[in-house]
Design a protein around this ligand. Structure first.
Ligand SMILES: [Zn+2]
Length: 275
């Protein structure tokens, strides 16, 4: 199993120990893996791949991926330090995805769900045209199946390489969710580290139930921008999931190891028999 994100700076050798960015301690890799990539000492949640979420949050072999072939057309012909097409190609190879979200149907404790799982490794989990389209289609799949829609957000926000086309995805996904909820659909949103920008400001905030993983960064604008705007120091824990729970923005902060059970319980309270 790969450990990456903030964990893997000291991890290139794939050794027995890894460094935890939560407690700064050195912990047994195996112990971290056994706890779904969370630290046995401090509970720090490492970022994980979409494949791990499929494995840990859904019933075995129940995930059926949909719209896997959708791929960005690079509408602006964007080039920065490297071309957008090149970046897409590299991240496709790294993640096994064509873009930053995997969508499909699955089962959670026997109940059918439609699910969207973002992967931060793919251009920072940013939302361009393909992510927006796949999310909207996934919501429509949930409506078609008469089952809940579950999203796992992990995103740096809108994708600058697609400019205004990215911003349009906020409207598209929000409208799809609204239509679904107006029809009686149940939407459970899970925010993971990080959930920011245009993803936070659209579908991720629209769940009937909104859950976050512990310690997740959840924000629209960066702390530095806010500090400069208000000319004040920011409190400890600012923009972390625990703080947002306190302020009523979230319904619960749930450790990764308890997420599946919590989602199943929420579904059984809020909906009748499985679809
Ligand atoms: Zn730790």
């Amino acid at each position: 199993m790969k450990v990456y994100g903030r964990a893997n700076r000291d991890d290139q050798g794939g050794g027995i120990f890894i460094k935890c960015d939560g407690c700064r301690g050195t912990v047994l890799r195996k112990a971290v893996e056994e706890r779904m990539q969370t630290c046995p000492e401090c509970g720090f949640h490492f970022r994980i791949t979409w494949q791990d979420r499929v494995r840990w949050h859904f019933d075995p072999d129940s995930f059926i991926e949909t719209n896997a072939g959708l791929e960005s057309a690079d509408p602006l012909g964007f080039v920065a330090d490297k071309s957008y097409r090149r970046k897409l190609w590299e991240d496709q190879r790294a993640t096994g995805l064509r873009d930053a979200v995997a969508t499909g149907s699955a089962r959670i404790e026997g109940r059918t769900v439609a699910a969207a799982i973002m992967d931060f490794r793919f251009i920072g989990g940013s939302m361009g045209g393909v992510v927006g389209e796949k999310i909207a289609r996934c919501v429509e799949t949930a409506a078609g199946l008469g089952c809940p829609f579950i999203s796992f957000a992990a995103s740096g926000g809108a994708r600058m390489q697609e400019g205004a086309f990215s911003l349009m995805q906020m409207v598209k996904t929000a409208a799809a969710v609204r239509r679904f909820q107006d029809g009686g659909g149940l939407y459970i949103s899970v925010m993971t580290d990080p959930t920011t920008g245009g993803v936070l400001a659209s579908f991720a905030s629209l769940g009937d139930v909104i859950i976050a993983e512990p310690g997740a960064l959840i924000r629209f604008a960066g702390a530095r921008v806010i500090r400069e705007a208000i000319k004040h120091d920011l409190p400890e824990g600012f923009q972390k999931s625990e703080d947002l729970l306190e302020r009523g923005f979230l319904d619960a902060v749930v450790p990764r190891t308890a997420l599946k059970k919590t989602i199943a319980t929420a579904m059984s309270h809020l909906k009748g028999p499985a679809a």
